[in-house]
Design a protein around this ligand. Structure first.
Ligand code: ADP
Ligand code: MG
Length: 690
């Protein structure tokens, strides 16, 4: 490709080449004006020469009008001076001759005029002044002959001139033919050149077409590129805008970051300080924790000491109010003398006046009523509310959490208010809630508080009744519900002190709602049984047991104790005057079983208080079941429920006498160690501790 010249350049080169050709043709005897034509008109320029060669007449005319050679050689002619202008000047005489010749060829001699006067024969025709001699008369033959001779002479001269001209023209013709040949050669060369140039031009055109297509393609591309460029420029502008915005944001972020870094460094410094402080606080906290734990242990010790001082066996007397429809007892039947500190002091004594109709004075008048005084740890007169009663026993609930077994009994004749005291009154009235729901609520809340000191507690409840020395589950559900499916009291394992009731449900509880559900279920179970066996509930002991387990994982401490809330069977005796029918015999057996178990309870308490070697736990199912919660460091509280009615005075006295016996069984010191198991001695008692 590099060797090829671009077609346009080649065309230009060819054009340059033609210049000498044109110059060559300038040697031709052509008018100067024709030299100014372009190479493509060269042929046309040659054309007249050919014509001249063909038609002699015309050639003759041309040759006559032009002189040979010199006009072409003397090239510097004035521009615009045409051949036509020159020819008449130089060939003036000849043109005359030609025109004469033509005239000779074309004109016929005109006929002689007869009217003119004849001149002298043999002389020249007479001349009119200033005019051609006129025509000779017909008779002047001599004159006419003269004229003809004269004319012949002129023609001969003319002929000679024409011959000379002809000769000259012949020569010129030869020369022109020679020139024509040369020109023909030149022409063919030029034609070839022309063809070549045309081919080249065609090629050039084709190439030009290609190039145009290419150009248009490129232009298209260019326009696309331009569009793209515009888009890109637009995009660039947008990006620049965005960049600016980002830069602004970056600056802002950097500023913020700097601020944050400053804050961070100050925070870090603060953190270091705080860490140091925390470390010292942690040390202090650990110390405080140890102290707190020591104090807690001390509190437990003191609490227990207090409870022991109050008595590990305590007896409270509660007299229920007279119910609607019941006869109002005579005034002075039951008296509640104020405590030693005066009327503000809660009563601890109770006086019961009994008039004995069988005894009479010598005068015959009825004997004055016998006054029986009883003293207990606390006496609750009929108006006492449930919360007041609970307040007194809440300390025992704390003891249970501290790891001391607790037993709370309700003793009394049927209808004296045992169930009311233990479970509560009828309906949903929260004021009438009994000891069991209150004690459990208290337990849960205290356990929650103890959580903060690292103690975690769990509770498992069971509820059984003992009727006629058989144990029955009150929490039974499903098919066992209401059935008197027998349960047995067994040791939890060989060598284990712990007792369990087989076939009874032990339900983990953690909130009041769950306990409420259990009490509800027990009530339902009792109701079903009541229809089957008449008023069995009052003839059986209901034992609600809650196994409390506490653990202080961090110090490896564990404690556990049962809390027993027992609603005892009615303590009334069978009327000895009653006839013993078949129903009464059953009743008698039932009563004997109740009396036996109640007296066993009394005996067990006595044996424990007297520190006897043998304690008759096995004599009743009740004492056997409760053996781990009686005696030792265990706390026992007995409510003796009294009916306010005069008609129940005998049973009331019996109950009060039983309770008084129990009350005398004060244990000076705990026989058994507290069930708190000290797994390791991480804690230290405070220095002040004894
Ligand atoms: P028990 O269980 O000893 O047989 P109850 O608890 O069933 O006796 O009480 C008998 C009746 O006396 C029930 O109707 C009970 O609501 C009512 N009662 C008992 N104690 C009180 C009291 N402190 N206040 C109001 N009513 C009571
Ligand atoms: Mg009852």
């Amino acid at each position: 490709l590099s060797q090829q010249r671009p077609p346009l350049m080649e065309v230009k080169g060819n054009l340059e080449l033609k210049t000498p050709l044109v110059k060559a043709s300038s040697r031709l005897p052509l008018p100067g004006s024709r030299l100014k034509r372009g190479p493509d008109q060269m042929e046309d320029a040659l054309e007249p020469a050919k014509k001249r060669t063909r038609g002699l007449g015309a050639v003759t005319k041309v040759n006559i009008t032009r002189p040979r050679g010199p006009p072409l050689r003397t090239a510097p002619q004035t521009h615009g001076q045409t051949a036509a202008q020159k020819v008449p000047k130089k060939t003036g005489p000849r043109s005359t001759a030609v025109s004469t010749g033509n005239m000779l060829r074309n004109q016929k001699p005109a006929p002689a005029a007869p009217a003119a006067p004849a001149p002298k024969p043999g002389t020249a025709p007479p001349m009119v002044a200033g005019k051609k001699p006129g025509k000779r008369p017909a008779w002047d033959l001599k004159g006419q002959l003269y004229d003809l001779n004269e004319e012949l002479k002129r023609y001969r001269e003319k002929n000679q001139a024409l011959d000379r001209d002809n000769q000259q023209l012949q020569e010129q013709l030869k020369e022109a033919q020679q020139q024509a040949k040369t020109l023909g050669t030149e022409c063919s060369t030029l034609e070839e050149e022309l063809t070549r140039v045309r081919t080249q031009a065609e090629q050039g055109q084709q190439e030009l077409g290609h190039l145009r297509a290419h150009v248009s393609e490129i232009e298209e591309q260019l326009s696309t590129k331009e569009e793209l460029l515009q888009e890109l420029q637009k995009e660039q502008l947008e990006l620049q805008e965005e960049r600016r915005a980002l830069a602004t944001r970056l600056e802002e972020q950097e500023r913020r970051q700097q601020a944050l870094e400053a804050a961070l460094s100050s925070s870090q410094a603060e953190v270091v300080c705080l860490r140091q402080e925390t470390a010292s606080q942690a040390t202090l906290l650990a110390e405080r924790g140890d102290q707190l734990h020591g104090l807690e242990m001390e509190r437990r010790r003191l609490h227990n000491q207090l409870q022991e001082l109050k008595g590990n066996i305590r007896v409270f007397c509660r007299v229920r109010p007279v119910l609607a429809g019941e006869p109002v007892p005579s005034s002075g039947f039951l008296l509640f003398p104020p405590g030693p500190a005066g009327p503000s002091d809660p009563p601890t004594c109770l006086s019961l006046s009994r008039s004995d109709d069988r005894r009479a004075t010598l005068s015959g008048a009825p004997a004055p009523p016998t006054r029986h005084d009883f003293s207990f740890d606390r006496v609750f007169p009929p108006g006492s509310r449930q919360d007041e009663v609970f307040e007194e026993i809440s300390m025992l609930v704390q003891s249970a959490l501290d790891g001391y077994p607790v037993c709370i009994f309700a003793y009394g004749q049927t209808g004296s208010g045992k169930t009311f005291t233990m479970e509560g009154g009828p309906g949903e009235d929260p004021q009438l809630e009994g000891l069991i729901p209150r004690a459990l609520r208290h337990l849960f809340s205290v356990a929650q508080e103890m959580n903060g000191q690292g103690w975690t507690y769990s509770f498992v409840a069971s509820y059984v009744e003992i009727y006629n020395e058989t144990v029955r589950d009150l929490l039974a559900t499903g098919t066992r519900k209401g059935q008197g499916g027998e349960c047995e009291i067994r040791r939890a394992g060989p060598g284990s002190e712990e007792l369990t009731v087989t076939n009874a449900r032990y339900v983990p509880v953690s909130c009041e709602k769950e306990v409420e559900a259990l009490l509800h279920l027990a009530r339902q179970n009792r109701a079903v049984a009541r229809t089957a066996q008449n008023e069995r509930s009052s003839r059986s002991h209901s034992v609600f047991q809650l196994q409390i387990s506490g653990e202080h994982a961090a110090r490896g401490l564990q404690c556990g104790a049962p809390l027993n809330l027992v609603d005892l069977a009615g303590s009334e005796r069978l009327d000895p005057g009653l006839a013993l029918g078949p129903g009464e015999r059953d009743r008698l057996r039932e009563t004997q079983a109740i009396n036996s178990s109640l007296s066993t309870l009394g005996l067990v308490i006595m044996a424990l208080s007297n520190k006897e070697s043998h304690v008759p736990y096995r004599n009743s199912k009740l004492t056997y079941l409760l053996q781990n919660s009686l005696g030792g460091s265990a706390k026992m509280l007995m409510f003796v429920n009294i009916s306010p009615l005069e008609e129940n005075v005998s049973e009331s006295l019996n109950s009060l006498r039983f309770a008084s016996k129990v009350a005398t069984c004060r244990q000076e010191h705990a026989n058994r160690p507290c069930t708190l198991i000290l797994c390791n001695f991480q804690f230290h008692l405070s220095r002040d501790a004894p």
